[in-house]
Write a protein that binds this ligand. Structure first.
Ligand code: MTE
Ligand code: MO
Length: 312
């Protein structure tokens, strides 16, 4: 687990110290966590939980130039709103509060948690990740959020849980839910091992602001070593399951979209190459990297699975 070091430029203007975040993260269930959480609630009482206050974690710097914010927030895939990239305006209709996340399935105690209460309990930080869509475009942006691992600790899944399943809300404001060719709701899942990996992240902010609805606000999954469709948006339900669910795109076309969906330049999509990616905003091209460049952290997860379709 990377150590968060304090740097002046990361903490300017923040009233929560990076130490608070580190304490919260390391000892989420420990005695000193209550101190850290108390500090956070004071802050949260003044305004809804603020991604602005989260320190940047320098262990995750994206490794390439940031995508311009306006591109990241106006060029989106979010099929509940429609099939083109310009849904951002319509998606403003998605009400972000009140918002609850339901925890169900194989866990100690099913519960429904308000998103602001959840944020008060989670160690918020900012990470710059590369994000690679299966359609061969990519962006590099700062997400605010917390490691999925912290959420797993809070949720207390049973030993029998093999998968964590993420379901996007089905809100009446979403026009494409009435399109019956899609197997709504949007469902994605990770194995418990993948979910416990330090890179697996729950995002609640983008560019230091609350996550816009078109990017999956108020809370979404962010798994940077996999194609973007794994990172389900606007999550309303988190379920622990023994059986692997059929995920949304797998259900639509299993010959083109699988469960694992790890980024790999050498395994083409049936209809296009994955060797390169187009950086949104500049349209520059860059070579695709295996596991989107995060292999040193995640390749070991797949050691015993080489016979499976890991890269689609
Ligand atoms: N609920 C939901 N989540 C979704 C999608 C979607 O259509 N619906 N699209 C996925 C795809 S294909 C990508 S590439 C990313 C896009 O995230 P972004 O718009 O924030 O870049 O969201 C993913 N999560
Ligand atoms: Mo995507």
């Amino acid at each position: 687990m990377p150590i968060i070091t304090r740097r002046e430029w990361e903490t300017r203007g923040a009233r929560i110290t990076p130490e608070t975040a580190v304490i919260g993260r390391r000892t989420l269930l420990g005695a000193s966590a209550s101190l850290a959480l108390a500090g956070r609630s004071v802050r949260a009482a003044e305004a809804p939980a603020l991604p602005e206050a989260a320190p940047r974690n320098p262990a995750f710097d994206g490794g390439r130039a940031l995508t311009e914010e306006k591109w990241a927030e106006t060029y989106n895939n979010y099929y509940e709103w429609g099939e083109d990239k310009t849904i951002w305006r319509d998606a403003q209709a998605l009400k972000q509060r009140p918002w609850t996340v339901k925890f169900e399935g194989l866990l100690n105690q099913p519960r429904v948690v308000g998103v602001d209460d959840l944020l008060k309990q989670m160690p918020l930080e900012e990470r710059v990740y590369r994000h690679r869509c299966v359609e061969a475009w990519a962006m590099t942006v700062p997400w605010t959020g917390f490691p999925l691992q912290a959420l797993l600790k809070m949720a207390e899944p049973l030993g029998s849980a093999k998968f964590v399943v993420f379901e996007t809300v089905q809100d009446p404001s979403m026009p494409n839910l009435r399109n019956p060719i899609y197997p709504w709701p949007y469902v994605e899942a990770l194995t418990m091992d993948e979910a416990a990996n330090d890179l697996a992240f729950m995002s609640v902010g983008l560019f230091g602001k609350p996550l816009p609805p078109q990017n999956g606000g108020p809370i979404r999954l962010t798994v940077p070593w996999k194609y973007g469709f794994k990172s389900a948006k606007s999550i309303g339900t988190i379920r622990f399951a023994e059986k692997r669910p059929t995920t949304f795109w797998e259900g639509i076309n299993p010959d083109e979209y699988g469960f694992w969906a790890n980024v790999n330049p050498n395994v083409p999509h049936p209809r296009w190459s994955q060797a390169n990616e187009r950086l949104i905003g500049t349209n520059d091209r860059a070579p695709t990297q295996i596991y989107n460049g995060y292999g040193s952290s995640v390749a070991a997860l797949y050691a015993g699975r080489q016979s499976e379709k890991l890269y689609m």
